[in-house]
Design a protein around this ligand. Structure first.
Ligand code: SAM
Ligand code: SF4
Length: 329
């Protein structure tokens, strides 16, 4: 799969549910209406769809959501993807999770060949964590992270940088993650979904975050890369890394190798654009995988050059009306 700008699509993010046991303020509204269950692809359909993408050259897959671990029987999908890894058809399967249910699943994920997970952790203060996630317990997440590490899974902690919310904890997060042997990635909040006027007020550039970090830590550019958009530095004092995911201040689109599938089978060609294709209809058409394959190949020809998020226009409301939990992070 090569798009019109010569970029090869080798990385697929699959959102397996739009539901979540948290309601993080930058991701969701307090009152969310979730999709009716009949609109969701079954796990068998998701597995079939992943198989077609793998046939077409996808080598890395990330399972995300909503909160992926709230989807019942999700491990059947991981078991099937593990078979693809063992057959040499896939290099890696990873997971993005809020960590609340990770303790329950860590051992099985490791057995299914999952070597890395990203766990969202925006604050190490229990009360603030609860306020930010509206429903989450910091303790559950920390227990989940510890379980993943015991199972031999590497953890990267993801924190959205929010002025006046957690920007006083940036050093603490780096120190804590470094002490535990985890990398940490900071993320600029993106204008996805109507989460309210606080978005512009709390938005913070990672250029500023990095500048502040440089006052306290010795940072060195790192060669380390994953399939994702983070750019890393080594922290000499801790031996861990800090990743920066900067949709605004740094344009990472030119090397974009990714597409995303939602839990209803909609293919999004770019996180920050509306270009999409329905894959559920071809999947259910009775025409077999060939029709799905054709639909994917046609869609990749419409992959946009990049997003056009603009920090100066945050107060105008969301650039993209769908919430992050729909497209998957
Ligand atoms: N529930 C899982 C989790 O929280 O890790 C997976 C899905 S979540 C949508 C994936 C990532 O997107 C999380 O790291 C979250 O912090 C991030 N995220 C959600 N909404 C965002 C937004 N508006 N801007 C930037 N990142 C966002
Ligand atoms: Fe749920 Fe993840 Fe969104 Fe938080 S960021 S509400 S945990 S999907």
């Amino acid at each position: 799969m090569i798009d019109p700008f010569g970029r090869r699509v080798t990385y697929l993010r699959v959102s397996v549910t739009d539901r979540c046991n948290f309601r993080c303020s930058y991701c969701m509204a307090e009152e969310m209406t979730f999709l009716p269950r009949h609109e969701l692809l079954s796990l068998e359909e998701l597995d079939r769809l992943c198989g077609v993408f793998i046939d077409l050259g996808v080598r890395r897959l990330r399972i995300t959501g909503g909160e992926p671990l709230v989807r019942r029987d999700l491990m059947t999908l991981f078991r099937s993807l593990h078979r693809q890894i063992e057959a040499g058809r896939l290099d890696e399967v990873t997971l993005t999770t809020n960590g609340a249910l990770l303790a329950r699943h860590a051992a099985e994920l490791a057995a299914c060949g999952v070597r890395r997970v990203n766990v969202s952790l925006d604050s190490l203060d229990p009360d603030r964590f609860r306020a930010l996630t509206r429903l989450g317990s910091l303790d559950d997440v920390l227990v989940g992270i510890a379980a993943a590490r015991r199972a031999g899974i590497r953890v990267r902690v993801n924190a959205v940088a929010l002025r006046g919310v957690n920007d006083d904890e940036i050093d603490r997060l780096v120190a804590w993650a470094g002490g535990e042997g985890h990398d940490v990635a900071f993320i600029e909040a993106m204008p996805l979904g109507e989460t309210g006027p606080a978005r512009a007020e709390h938005w913070m550039s990672l250029a500023e975050v990095r500048q502040r970090l440089e006052g306290r830590w010795t940072l060195r550019e790192s060669e380390y890369r994953t399939a994702g958009p983070a750019r890393y530095v080594d922290v000499l004092e801790t031996g861990s890394r800090i990743g920066f995911i900067t949709p605004f201040s740094h344009n990472f689109c030119e090397a974009c190798n990714r597409v995303r599938v939602t839990c209803t089978g909609t293919l999004y060609l770019c996180l920050g654009q509306d270009a999409a294709a329905d894959l559920r209809t071809p999947l259910r058409s009775g025409g077999g995988n060939a029709v799905v394959r054709e639909a994917i190949l046609a869609a990749v020809q419409r992959k946009p050059r990049g997003h056009d998020f603009d920090a100066a226009r945050l107060a105008d409301g969301p650039r993209i009306v769908r919430f992050m939990n729909v497209t998957g992070g």
